[in-house]
Design a protein around this ligand. Structure first.
Ligand SMILES: [Fe+2]
Length: 147
């Protein structure tokens, strides 16, 4: 998997670097090809403690309580099967979402008053959802789910 990382905001692009970063608008020169930009579990059946604290856990629900009428897919993301800490020196700084490997949205977090989690309402029929979270100390971690 080819991954390109924005030096300005840490956004990860797949396959090729974008002309402008969709998050911070930095031009393409700011993207580095870094195949090791994202941590993936070595053995998905047997996560290490570090992986359990960083890999996003994704829950999909086709029954949205906010957007009614059956046209919404709820996505709940929590960082870490063991909830990641949110402290001034060590916290989850953002969560990026992609549909079919194309950037969708970023949620920026601060360590105060927030859990390392986010929920969004998707207006798409289905596809591959990719979630990347960024830890201020331990880098970027990814999980994917087809829905
Ligand atoms: Fe961490």
């Amino acid at each position: 998997m080819k991954t390109f990382v924005c030096r300005v905001c840490g956004h990860v692009a797949f396959e090729q670097a974008p002309v402008d970063c969709p998050v911070c608008k930095a031009p393409i020169e700011n993207f580095d090809n870094n195949p090791e930009a994202i941590h993936m579990p070595e053995d998905p059946e047997n996560l290490t403690e570090m992986e359990k604290k960083h890999i996003p856990v994704i829950t999909i629900s086709k029954e949205c309580k906010l957007i009614t009428g059956g046209e919404c897919i709820d996505v709940h993301v929590k960082v870490g099967e063991i909830e990641h800490v949110m402290e001034s020196e060590h916290y989850i700084s953002f969560i990026d979402f992609y549909i079919n490997k194309r950037y969708l949205a970023r949620f920026n977090l601060r360590y105060k008053r927030l859990h390392p989690a986010f929920a969004l309402c998707l207006n798409v029929d289905g596809g591959l959802l990719t979630v990347i979270d960024c830890c201020s100390v331990n880098g970027s971690w990814m999980a994917e789910v087809n829905f």
